[in-house]
Design a protein around this ligand. Structure first.
Ligand SMILES: Nc1ncnc2c1ncn2[C@@H]1O[C@H](COP(=O)(O)OP(=O)(O)O)[C@@H](O)[C@H]1O
Ligand SMILES: O=C(O)C1=C[C@@H](OP(=O)(O)O)[C@@H](O)[C@H](O)C1
Ligand SMILES: [Mg+2]
Length: 199
C-alpha cells in the first residue's frame, strides 16, 4: 500500500536540493527518534538516494547490529560505524540516517559538520520509549532498567545533538508530516543564504 504523501511545494523541494548541493543530508538523534523511517521518506521526497549507516554496517559485516555488539563489543562497532560513515560522506547528495551514537564520535561529528548538512530529530523521552520498547533490536537498551538507560543517554547526548545544523521535533504526527517539516527547515536555509550578502 502506498502511503499518502502531503504535496510539498515544488519550490520548497528545489530550495532544499539547492541548499544540499552535493552534500549528504545527515539525520542524527536518539534511538527511536525516527531517523531511519523519516530519512527514507525525505530521500523519496527529494528524489535522492537513501542509506542508513546501520544497514550499511550490517551489509558490509554480514552481521546484525546485535550480533556485532555480541561478538566484538561496542568499541569495535563504533570503529566500524565511523569508517562506514566517513566513506559515505565522501559522495553525495544522499540522505544518510545514522545510528544514535554516531554523532557522539568527535571525528564523525566534525566530518558531518564540515561536509554534510545535519538534522537533529529531537523527541521526548516518552515518545522514544514507546517506540523503542516495541523491539529488542538495540543492544544498548538490554539493561535492568532500559527506560532509565534511555533517559541517561538523552541527558548525555542532547547537548551534542544540538550542534546539528537544524533541529526538527519528532512526535507522533504522521511520518510524512515530520519529513515535510525537515525539508521545509532545510529549504529555509536557502532564503537565509541568499539574504546573507545584503546584511
Ligand atoms: N512520526 C512517527 N509516527 C509513528 N511512528 C513513528 C514515527 N517516526 C518513527 N516511527 C516509528 O518508530 C520506530 C523507530 O523509528 P526509527 O526510524 O527506527 O528510529 P531511529 O532510526 O531514530 O532509531 C519505528 O517503528 C518507526 O516506524
Ligand atoms: O544510540 C546508539 O548508540 C545506537 C543506536 C542504534 O541506531 P538507531 O538510533 O537507528 O536505533 C544502533 O546504531 C545501535 O544500536 C547503537
Ligand atoms: Mg535507525
Amino acid at each position: 500500500m502506498t502511503e499518502p504523501q502531503p504535496s510539498l511545494p515544488e519550490q520548497e523541494i528545489a530550495s532544499a536540493r539547492r541548499v544540499l548541493g552535493r552534500r549528504n543530508l545527515v539525520f542524527v538523534g536518539l534511538m527511536g527518534a525516527g531517523k531511519s523511517a523519516i530519512g527514507r521518506i525525505v530521500a523519496q521526497m527529494l528524489d535522492i538516494p537513501f542509506v542508513d549507516s546501520d544497514h550499511e554496517i550490517e551489509r558490509v559485516s554480514r552481521m546484525s547490529i546485535p550480533e556485532l555488539f555480541e561478538a566484538y563489543g561496542e568499541a569495535e562497532f563504533r570503529a566500524l560505524e565511523a569508517r562506514v560513515i566517513k566513506r559515505l560522506l565522501r559522495t553525495g547528495p544522499r540522505v544518510l540516517s545514522t545510528g544514535g551514537g554516531a554523532f557522539m564520535n568527535d571525528a564523525t561529528r566534525a566530518t558531518v559538520l564540515a561536509s554534510g548538512l545535519s538534522v537533529w530529530l529531537k523527541a521526548d523521552l516518552e515518545v522514544l520509549w514507546t517506540r523503542v520498547s516495541k523491539r529488542d533490536s538495540r543492544p544498548l537498551l538490554k539493561t535492568a532498567n532500559p527506560k532509565q538507560t534511555l533517559a541517561s543517554l538523552l541527558e548525555q547526548r542532547y547537548p551534542v545533538y544540538a550542534e546539528a545544523d537544524v533541529t526538527v521535533q519528532s512526535r507522533d504526527d504522521p511520518k510524512e508530516t515530520i519529513a515535510a517539516e525537515a525539508i521545509a527547515a532545510i529549504a529555509r536555509l536557502d532564503g537565509e543564504r541568499k539574504k546573507a550578502p545584503s546584511q
